[in-house]
Design a protein. Structure first.
Ligand code: FAD
Ligand code: NAD
Length: 466
């Protein structure tokens, strides 16, 4: 039987990064993955394929709607070739997952294909083409998550679909009904909106992206409505039924009136659930919470001291970069180091266009905690860079402590916000004040000038360009 210092179960961004860091720290490491490709949800059916389709559909929309404004005339009709678009997406996925194979070999990590199942706290049975057993001094559970649904919905994977199917449709829907106005619903909704579908979002809460700062929800709602999305907030879905090639969704609106929607596809994007099927954690004595997550302490250690858990299968934001940080954290903990993660500084991004990005506390959270804060906000449309590219929507908002001026939260919506948020993370990691950021030179013309201007506005209301 092969014996390891560390076995990692699951090869998503949490698992494969944990395995690399363990190997870097000199530990004999194995990784177990039930699918034939490594990379987990993120690389196979999550972050990477969704961004590939967002990019392709963005190019198409630019060609159809914006090239003319830039003085580019295209003779003839511009058409979507969905089959080719989906094939390009798949080749991006294949290259990326192939990259993980390379990284495993480079770091001498043994890869096992099959379902990893605990026999006890130090032995794992792997059921793949053949059944194998390995011994591990330490195990890291990184089994991730799966789409969740509502009890009355039958996901038939043809017309009533999750994100996984939405990434490989064979036709552009005529009318896509999206249940859940969160990250997946809006990103994939925008892909198909750009490709020509009518898109109706049905959201239970009173605003889309309800966990983000309400200013971002409001601005994104406004922009999506301009893009001709239909957005129904405060709607409680009651039933989803397939009738032939149609899907009928019934919901109660705020007034309690029944609303009926008919579409040809319905994307169910109401969140994801932790995944532990087949893992048999009980055999090792690992506890599961009421929400189905693996229970962990502040060191990401489970109820069994040599077994750790990270990523979507534990509490916290379901984000690839959060899973990666936790992978490194656990590897370093096992190696006897004292790592640290500041969960307040894990940024969140929605890759719609304009992009939405945030880090730190929202206004709602600061109000709840009774923290006295000041706000500096700057509109993207006031930037020369925004006018040059005709990306005028959005703003940057900086929340700073009223007395110390320390930055407590940064919330932005606009072109390239996903990349710009890194500056806010660095500033907050070093506990910068709004004035610190306002005194740093930002290249002109760039979208990042909005960060400097918002910092000036927060410092003492002295933005320069409004
Ligand atoms: P996963 O990536 O889910 O990996 C878990 C792996 O474990 C899987 O490969 C699974 O097959 C394997 N596994 C499970 N049980 C076993 C077992 N018993 N034995 C062997 N293997 C097992 N996050 C972002 O930060 N940015 C984004 O842009 C983004 N976009 C997304 C888009 C979509 C459409 C979706 C669905 C998700 C997106 N996410 C994004 C979320 C991100 O994918 C997850 O947060 C991330 O993948 C979690 O990583 P993980 O390692 O915890 O688990
Ligand atoms: P989400 O939590 O972002 O959004 C789910 C939405 O569905 C919420 O707005 C919620 O209020 C709504 N909802 C819940 N129940 C409902 C009901 N009965 N009727 C109508 N609406 C309902 O979840 P998601 O969009 O499914 O994404 C799952 C996870 O994947 C998220 O945790 C997210 O962090 C991650 N993800 C991240 C990215 C990114 O980082 N860009 C992209 C995609 C997915």
């Amino acid at each position: 039987m092969n014996s390891y210092d560390v076995a990692v179960i699951g090869s998503g961004p949490g698992g494969y990064v944990a395995a690399i860091r363990c190997a870097q720290l000199g530990m004999k490491t194995a990784i177990i993955e039930k699918y034939s490709t490594l990379g987990g949800t993120c690389l196979n059916v999550g972050c990477i394929p969704s961004k590939a389709l967002l990019d392709s559909s963005h190019h198409y929309e630019d060609a159809v709607k914006h090239f003319e404004d830039h003085g580019i005339d295209i003779p003839g009709e511009i058409k979507v070739n969905l089959e080719k678009m989906v094939a390009r997406k798949q080749s991006v996925v294949d290259q990326t997952t192939g990259g993980i194979d390379f990284l495993m070999k480079k770091n001498n990590i043994d890869v096992y294909q099959g379902v990893g199942s605990f026999k006890d706290a130090t032995h794992i049975v792997i059921s793949g083409e053949k059944e194998e057993e390995i011994e591990a001094k330490n195990t890291i559970i990184a089994t991730g998550s799966k789409p969740s649904s509502l009890p009355f919905i039958n996901i038939d994977k043809e017309r009533v679909i999750t994100s996984t199917e939405a990434l490989k449709l064979k036709e552009v829907p005529k009318h896509l009904i999206v249940i859940g106005g969160g990250v997946i619903g809006l990103e994939l909704g925008q892909v198909y909106k750009r490709l020509g579908a009518e898109v109706t979002v049905v959201e239970y809460m009173d605003r889309i992206i309800p966990t983000m700062d309400s200013g971002l929800s409001k601005e994104l709602n406004k922009v999506l409505k301009k893009q001709k999305f239909t957005i129904n907030t405060s709607h409680k879905v009651k039933s989803v039924e397939r009738v032939g090639d149609e899907v009928v969704v019934k919901a109660d609106n705020k007034k309690g009136e029944e609303v009926e929607l008919r579409g040809d596809y319905c994307l169910v994007s109401v969140g994801r659930r932790p995944f532990t099927d087949g893992l048999n954690p009980e055999a090792a004595g690992v506890k599961i919470t009421d929400r189905g997550q693996i229970e962990v302490n502040d060191h990401l250690q489970t109820s069994v001291s040599n077994i750790y858990a990270i990523g979507d299968v534990v509490k916290g934001a379901m984000l690839a970069h959060k899973a990666e940080e936790e992978g490194v954290f656990v590897a370093e903990t096992i190696a006897g180091q004292k790592p640290h993660i500041d969960y307040n500084l894990i940024p969140g991004v929605v890759y719609t266009w304009p992009e939405v990005a945030a880090v730190g506390q929202t206004e709602e959270q600061l109000k709840d905690k009774g923290v006295a804060y000041k706000v500096g906000q700057f509109p993207m449309r006031a930037l020369g860079r925004s006018r040059a590219s005709m990306d005028l929507d959005g703003f940057v908002k900086i929340l700073a402590d009223k007395s110390t001026d320390e930055i407590l939260g940064v919330h932005m919506i606009g072109a390239r916000a996903a990349d710009m948020i890194a500056e806010a993370v660095v500033a907050m990691e070093y506990r910068a004040s709004a004035e610190d950021v306002s005194r740093m030179s930002h290249a002109h013309p760039t979208f990042t000038e909005a960060i400097k201007e918002a910092a000036l506005a927060a410092t003492d209301d002295r933005a320069l360009h409004v």
